[in-house]
Write a protein that binds this ligand. Structure first.
Ligand SMILES: Cc1cc2nc3c(=O)[nH]c(=O)nc-3n(C[C@H](O)[C@H](O)[C@H](O)COP(=O)(O)OP(=O)(O)OC[C@H]3O[C@@H](n4cnc5c(N)ncnc54)[C@H](O)[C@@H]3O)c2cc1C
Length: 520
C-alpha cells in the first residue's frame, strides 16, 4: 500500500466539517480542476440515524475564500442560508457584574498597525477613546448596524472585512446539492457500523449497516462527537482542557423576529452572565441565541431562566413561548493527534473548546487548506505529512486556548464562575509568560511567529485593551515622525467617516435588496 497513490478519499459525516471537506477537496483536486489521471474521487457517507450538531452559525472572513474555492455564488449562499454579515464580536459585561462595560473585536486591524506601534499612538493621542475605535472605523459602523459593503460591491469583495452569521443546517443542504450536482461527489446515506483495518494498520474500508463495503485510500473523520475513526477505531486520546476553559454545556434557541424591520446586528453579541455568557446573532429571519456555562455553577433551570430573560430583552412573551430550547454538552479539548495512518480528523471529532470567538469552522478551513495544498502523493509522503500536520495543529489549538482564556482573566466579576475562570492555577504558562511581557510591550508579530497564526497580535490587542489592560507606552516608538503619521491616519479616517455613513446601507437594507434581486 505504501507506494500506492491516493486516489479515493472517503469522508465520514455530513455536517459542516464533512461537506466543507467534500466541497474543497472535490473543487481543488477533483476532475473539474485536474486531469483525470491525477484527479481524486471524493465520497461522503453520512448516517441517516445521527443528526448533525446543528449549531455553529458564526464564521470568520475565511469562509468567503472557502465558499469561493468551492464555487458557490455569494448571493446563493446569502439567500439559501438566510445569512447575514458578521464584522466581529461585541463583548458586553465581561469586565464588571455591577456596571455596564462593552468593547468590540472587529475583523479589521487598526489602520497603520503594520507600520507603527498603534498602542503607543493611542496612548499618546487619544487615550480617552476606546482602543478599537481610535484607528478603525469598523466598530462605529457596527454600532450603527451598517453592512460591510454596498449592493454593487462584487461577490465576496468588501468595503469592511466580514464573515457571516448563517443557518448551519441550510449550509449543509446547499453544500450537499452543489457538491453532488456540480463537483461529482459520491454521496452515500448509510450508517457506518465497522471500520476494517489493512495489515499495515491503515484503514482499508468501512462497512455500513446494510453490509456494503466502502474502500478508500484516505479517510476523513468528520463524524462529530462520535469520532468514529480517530477516537473509536484508532483510540487517540482526547486532551481535555476543562481545567483551563471550564464551559461544558450550552443551551441554544432560535428566536423569530417579531417585525420584518428588526435590526440585524453586525457582530456576534457575547454578554457575560453570572455563570457563563450568552451569544446572540442575527440572521435574516431569526436570532440564534444561546448560553454557554459550566454545570457546576448553575442548575439547568437557572440557566434556562437566564437565557429566556436575555431573549426577552428583545422579544415578547408570546415569541418566547414558541421557542424550543436545545441542550448540548461537551468536554472542551482536542485530540492528542489529528492525523493517524490514513485518517485525518476535522471538526468536532478533532477538537472543540467553546463557541467564544467562533474559531471551530476556521480550524476546519485551515486543516483543509493544508491538506489540499500538500495533498499526499503516497503513503510514505502521508506519514511525513501527518507528523507535520499534528505539530502545526497542536500549536494552533494551544493558541486558541491562550486567546480564549485571555477573555476571562481580565474580568473583575465576582461570581464564583468568573473567579474560577481566572484562577491563576488555570492559566496556561504560555499565556502567563505573554501577560508578563505585555506589561512592557503590546502584543506584536514577535509573539506569534508561525505562518497563518490562528489569531493575529491585533486580536490580542483588541481584547487586552478592550478589557482595560495596562501596557507601558514605548516612548522609543512614539517619536514625533510616528505621531505625525498616526495623526494623518486619524485625520484620513475622520474624512472617510461621512462617506461610510452615507454610502453603507444597514445590514437589513442590503440583505433585503440582495434577496429581492436573487429571488426574481
Ligand atoms: C454550542 C456550540 C456553538 C458553536 N458555535 C460555533 C460558531 O459560532 N462558530 C464555529 O465556527 N463553530 C461553532 N461551533 C462548532 C461547530 O458547530 C462545529 O465545529 C461544526 O458544526 C462542525 O461539526 P461537525 O461537522 O464536525 O459535526 P456534526 O455536525 O455533529 O456532524 C457529524 C456527522 O457525522 C455523521 N455520523 C456520525 N456517526 C456516523 C456513523 N456511524 N456513520 C455515518 N455517519 C455518522 C452524522 O450523521 C453527521 O452527519 C459550536 C459548537 C457548539 C457545541
Amino acid at each position: 500500500m505504501s507506494q500506492q497513490s491516493i486516489k479515493n478519499v472517503v469522508i465520514v459525516g455530513g455536517g459542516t466539517a464533512g461537506w466543507l471537506s467534500a466541497g474543497v477537496l472535490a473543487a481543488k483536486l477533483g476532475q473539474q480542476s485536474l486531469q483525470k489521471t491525477s484527479a481524486i474521487n471524493v465520497t461522503l457517507v453520512e448516517s441517516p440515524e445521527v443528526s448533525t450538531i446543528g449549531v455553529g452559525e458564526g464564521s470568520w472572513p475565511s469562509l468567503r475564500d472557502t465558499l469561493l474555492d468551492i464555487g458557490i455564488k455569494e448571493s446563493e449562499f446569502i439567500t439559501q442560508c438566510h445569512a447575514s454579515y458578521k464584522q466581529g464580536s461585541t463583548f458586553s459585561r465581561w469586565k464588571y457584574d455591577d456596571k455596564p462595560h462593552q468593547y468590540q473585536h472587529p475583523f479589521t486591524t487598526p489602520s497603520g498597525y503594520v507600520e507603527m506601534d498603534i498602542h503607543a499612538q493611542w496612548q499618546n493621542l487619544c487615550a480617552e477613546e476606546s482602543f478599537e475605535q481610535s484607528f478603525c472605523i469598523q466598530p462605529e459602523m457596527c454600532d450603527l448596524g451598517k453592512a460591510p459593503k454596498q449592493v454593487k460591491t462584487p461577490d465576496y469583495a468588501y468595503v469592511l472585512n466580514y464573515g457571516y452569521h448563517f443557518d448551519a443546517t441550510a449550509l449543509a443542504h446547499l453544500l450537499t446539492s452543489h457538491c453532488v450536482s456540480n463537483l461529482g461527489v459520491n454521496h452515500i446515506k448509510a450508517h457506518i457500523s465497522s471500520v476494517n483495518s489493512a495489515a499495515d494498520g491503515n484503514i482499508a474500508s468501512l462497512t455500513t449497516n446494510e453490509g456494503d463495503v466502502i474502500e478508500g485510500d484516505l479517510f476523513i473523520d468528520c463524524s462529530g462527537g462520535k469520532a468514529l475513526l480517530i477516537g473509536e477505531h484508532f483510540g487517540v486520546n482526547w486532551r481535555s482542557m476543562s481545567g483551563v476553559l471550564m464551559n461544558n454545556r450550552a443551551m441554544a434557541v432560535q428566536v423569530p423576529y417579531e417585525d420584518s424591520d428588526n435590526d440585524i446586528s453586525s457582530t456576534t453579541i457575547a454578554t457575560g452572565k453570572p455563570f457563563g455568557w450568552t451569544w446572540d446573532i442575527g440572521l435574516q429571519h431569526r436570532r440564534g441565541v444561546g448560553m454557554v456555562y459550566n454545570d457546576q455553577f448553575a442548575s439547568s433551570d437557572q440557566v434556562q431562566s437566564t437565557l429566556l430573560a436575555h431573549v426577552g430583552e428583545r422579544a415578547s412573551q408570546a415569541t418566547i413561548d414558541q421557542c424550543t430550547i436545545r441542550s448540548l454538552s461537551f468536554d472542551p479539548g482536542y485530540r492528542e493527534q489529528f492525523w493517524v495512518k490514513n485518517c485525518l480528523s476535522l471538526g468536532m471529532s478533532s477538537g472543540f473548546i467553546e463557541p467564544l470567538e467562533a474559531s471551530a469552522i476556521a480550524m476546519i478551513e485551515l486543516g483543509l487548506r493544508m491538506l489540499y495544498e500538500q495533498f499526499p502523493k503516497d503513503m510514505f509522503h502521508m506519514e511525513r505529512l501527518s507528523k507535520r500536520y499534528n505539530d502545526r495543529f497542536t500549536y494552533r489549538w494551544e493558541r486558541v486556548i491562550d486567546f480564549l482564556k485571555l477573555h476571562y482573566i481580565l474580568s473583575e466579576r465576582s461570581d464564583p464562575y468568573w473567579l474560577a475562570q481566572r484562577d491563576p492555577m488555570s492559566i496556561p504558562d504560555s499565556l502567563k509568560e505573554m501577560m508578563e511581557m505585555w506589561k512592557y510591550q503590546p502584543p506584536s508579530r514577535f509573539d506569534f511567529i508561525q505562518n497563518e497564526e490562528i489569531f493575529p497580535s491585533a486580536s490580542y490587542q483588541y481584547v487586552l485593551y478592550g478589557m482595560g489592560y495596562h501596557t507601558q507606552v514605548n516612548h522609543l516608538l512614539s517619536t514625533t515622525p510616528e505621531a505625525k503619521k498616526a495623526m494623518a491616519i486619524r485625520k484620513q479616517l475622520e474624512q472617510q467617516r461621512p462617506q461610510f455613513m452615507a454610502g453603507l446601507p444597514t445590514n437589513r437594507q442590503l440583505l433585503e435588496q440582495l434577496v429581492a434581486m436573487h429571488s426574481k
